[in-house]
Design a protein. Structure first.
Ligand SMILES: *Cc1c(COP(=O)(O)O)cnc(C)c1O
Length: 428
């Protein structure tokens, strides 16, 4: 496989941007490889500057659900562009997008658009603190909510200890307000709540996507909701990945939870920069200009991103069966892959829901942060490199979700299963 042009671009990029990239995981460091440089993408495929094509399971980290460069979407966007790229002022389509989202998510009565998922979670935390007058935040180890200062924190050794920043540049004085609990272990949340009276909110990815896919075990989210209600703690669902991905109404629809605030991003912009946070009216009324929690954005409600979001959500709304089609693809893929892995004697676990899945090289079920982390990274690196040679693009890290789009059809399914078969045989 020729990757010469990508290599030349990467060398140039490294002279211009830290690590040659604008977001760290793109550098392919966890798989000891060099990134390919993309020329274009269409449907289920992405094409690099050397002329290689890859069946794409990254799907812009889940932002793409219709498939790349969907022709209907492109038409809408071109029309939007011709009417201006940014107004910095109110426009009717903001109402249209808000309407589609509040209809799909009954827990959201009022919402605010932002330009990224990070802005959405950052603002949701500020709002929870402003609303409750408390400072503490509980997050789960391994849940990623964007690069928000208070959320770039992981645990010290003891569960009840204060958070320690995960990144330099995050003040200890801020990190100390973040408490780390364990996903799928409700007792870890209980211990924090018992010891701390200053907790404003819990923020959670209802389905973990950023250590690879880890599903909530039965009752975990329900127990979390009850615990929060009883303790007067707000519950924030980070549905930046799962919103419109796992079901039209997101993970909260599947698990029947009524969060106080929900954050979204990715799919709702159809591949354009967007985010949102929203929730109950009396909470959202605390946001400026109605209330005293300040939050703003020059490009928030950008007309092109909003028009793209409207198109995608309308498409999903009018074709709800696509969630079954995507789920069916996922189930078939999981079954085939697990059968082949077993025949080849390679320990492999697939976690999946609707259009998101992760294969872990692991002997044991993966149901929390520790079990995800104990999967075999060396084998993932080999898997990744073989799949690239096979013409399939997976995330360049073992701890990410893979995504199925509407453009992944039967040919793609068969191609993927064939590639897995050859890959497992080589790993045997
Ligand atoms: C991607 C992601 C974010 C951050 O969104 P950006 O648009 O990258 O800022 C937040 N939360 C979750 C769960 C994500 O996957």
């Amino acid at each position: 496989m020729n990757k010469e042009k990508s290599k030349i671009f990467f060398d140039k990029a490294k002279k211009m941007m830290p690590g040659g990239v604008n977001s760290p995981v793109r550098a392919f460091i966890s798989v000891n490889d060099n990134p390919f440089f993309v020329k274009r993408a269409k449907g289920a495929y992405i094409y690099d500057v050397d002329g290689n094509s890859y069946l794409d399971y990254v799907a812009s980290w889940g932002a793409i659900i219709l498939g790349h460069a969907d022709s209907g979407l492109i038409k809408e966007v071109i029309d939007a562009l011709e009417n201006g790229t940014s107004f910095g002022a109110c426009h009717p389509n903001e109402i249209e997008l808000a309407k589609l989202i509040t209809e799909a998510f009954p827990s959201i009565e009022l919402l605010r658009l932002t330009s990224s998922g990070t802005e959405a979670t950052m603002s949701a935390i500020r709002l929870a603190r402003g609303y409750t007058g408390k400072n503490g935040v509980i997050k789960f180890r391994g849940c990623y909510h964007g690069h928000v200062d208070s959320l770039l924190v992981k645990a010290g050794s003891g569960l009840a200890t204060f958070g320690v920043p995960d990144s330099k540049g995050v003040p200890y004085d801020l990190a100390k307000h973040t408490h780390i609990a364990e996903f799928n272990h409700i007792d870890s949340v209980m211990r924090i709540v018992e010891k701390n009276k200053d907790i404003a909110c819990v923020i959670v990815e209802p389905i973990m996507g950023n250590v690879g896919v880890v599903l909530p075990e039965s009752n975990f989210l329900e127990d979390l909701e009850v615990l929060c209600r009883n303790a007067g703690i707000m519950i924030i669902f980070d549905e930046v990945i799962t919103g419109f991905r796992v079901a039209f109404g997101g993970a909260q629809h599947i698990y029947n939870i009524d969060p106080d605030i929900t954050c979204m991003g990715k799919i709702i912009g159809g591949g354009f920069p967007i985010g949102l946070y929203g929730g109950k009216q009396k909470i959202m009324e605390c946001v400026s200009p109605l209330g005293d929690v300040y939050q703003a954005g020059t490009l928030s409600g950008n007309p092109v991103a909003v028009r793209a979001g409207i198109y995608v959500i309308n498409y999903l709304k009018n074709n709800l069966h696509i969630y079954d089609n995507i789920a069916d693809y996922g189930i078939k893929l999981k079954k085939a892959v697990c059968d082949i892995a077993r025949d080849c004697g390679v320990p492999y676990v697939v976690n999946n829901i609707t259009g998101m899945f992760t294969g872990f090289f692991s002997d044991n079920p993966v149901n929390d942060y520790d079990s995800a982390m104990s999967s075999n990274r060396k084998l993932y690196e080999k898997f990744f490199k073989i799949m690239i040679e096979e013409g399939l693009s997976f995330a360049p890290s073992p701890f990410e979700a893979s995504f199925i789009t509407l453009s992944h059809g039967n040919d793609e399914l068969l191609k993927t299963i064939d590639a897995y078969e050859r890959m497992f045989k080589r790993l045997q």
